[in-house]
Design a protein around this ligand. Structure first.
Ligand SMILES: C[C@](O)(CO)[C@H](O)COP(=O)(O)OP(=O)(O)OC[C@H]1O[C@@H](n2ccc(N)nc2=O)[C@H](O)[C@@H]1O
Ligand SMILES: Nc1ncnc2c1ncn2[C@@H]1O[C@H](COP(=O)(O)OP(=O)(O)OP(=O)(O)O)[C@@H](O)[C@H]1O
Length: 290
């Protein structure tokens, strides 16, 4: 990815990561998608996107991704979708400083799409409300709506039915195994547990839960298994989303940094605080009441 970033962009916004604190698969729908129950919480660890309006209607992503052609990049797709929906004559120049690992289960692509929708809706003055942007975003990925809403949530359906909740805000050590896990392949795996019992909404913050995708990923990706073994020998460890990233919770930043130091020679990892009010919304000055 080439990374020459502008110094004078009209709007500079973060696209934060998320964790799935647990991920239960409760069934499979006729269209192949899976019903799930999960808690989404945000991390104060983010990509940074830069936006300028163009008057000629062209949407141009300037940052080159090695593995993702511009047309299929979720940033370009989000911008094109909003443009088509609103019929604005305007366009945009967009750059990204990519920090979130791709295919890591921390939602980088979905978060990039959500930030793009919120940014261009503001720059183009297209006045779509959150629920309109969330339904547009859902066409791009199951995780986009929660990033649009910007509040920690218990999610059901394919991840789009959101009930806002406030799990404890903690410090996390997140390990990044050097592999890009393909979400569709995890959901296709014959060994995936798809019949976890549904939990009631009122119990969501009382249970510890688990991640049904974890066993499949540990079994299929030795790199993730190795990282999980190293980390879980020291701390309770869980996978987020469909992997590959793994996380452990700590009460203080000092504890998390100490754990990072212990593992740093063997694993690539970062420390971040979790938050129930997304860094994107805080930066935009959107008061969620959270
Ligand atoms: C599992 C989660 O990571 C939880 O946060 C997400 O729900 C995945 O969201 P995402 O990466 O935005 O995934 P999408 O791009 O919507 O879907 C990728 C592929 O995963 C499978 N998929 C995804 C979500 C879901 N609830 N059931 C599925 O079966 C589908 O085959 C789909 O084609
Ligand atoms: N802007 C983008 N950033 C990252 N990935 C993108 C982007 N646009 C398209 N993609 C594609 O989407 C795939 C999944 O990327 P992403 O980083 O969102 O994975 P993830 O963290 O596993 O997501 P999730 O937790 O939502 O499953 C990438 O491997 C890449 O092919």
């Amino acid at each position: 990815m080439s990374n020459k970033l502008p110094t004078d962009a009209e709007l500079v916004l973060p696209a934060p990561a998320k964790l799935n604190l647990f991920l239960h698969i409760t069934g499979r729908r006729a269209d192949g998608y899976h019903n799930l129950q999960t808690i989404f919480q945000f991390l104060d660890y983010a990509d940074e996107l830069f936006f300028n309006t163009r008057n000629d209607g062209i949407i141009k992503l300037h940052t080159h991704f090695i593995d993702v052609p511009h047309d299929s990049n979720l940033i370009t797709r989000a911008a094109n979708l909003l443009k088509a929906q609103t019929k604005t004559p305007l366009g945009a120049d967009i750059w990204i400083n990519k920090k979130l690992p791709m295919g890591g289960g921390i939602g980088g692509g979905s978060s990039n799409a959500a930030t793009t929708l919120l940014a261009l809706n503001r720059l183009w003055n297209t006045r779509c409300d959150f629920s309109k942007l969330a339904s547009l975003g859902l066409q791009l990925g199951a995780d986009v709506p929660v990033f649009i809403q910007g509040k920690a949530a218990f999610a059901e359906g394919i991840g789009e039915q959101l009930t806002f909740i406030k799990p404890p805000e903690q410090w996390y050590l997140v390990a990044i195994p050097e592999i890009n896990v393909n979400t569709a392949n995890v959901f296709k795996d014959p060994n995936l547990t798809r019949n976890t019992s549904s939990i009631n909404q009122q119990d969501v913050l009382l249970i510890d839960g688990h991640n049904d995708c974890q066993a499949v990923v540990l079994n299929n990706y030795p790199v993730v298994k190795h990282a999980f073994t190293l980390m879980s020998e020291q701390y309770p460890t869980r996978m987020t989303g469909t992997g590959a990233c793994l996380f452990s919770a700590f009460t203080t930043q000092e504890q998390a940094l100490k754990a990072q130091n212990q593992l740093a020679t063997q694993l690539s990892c970062f420390v971040a605080q979790s938050t129930n009010h997304s860094l994107l919304h805080r930066t935009l000055g959107i008061n969620s009441g959270f």
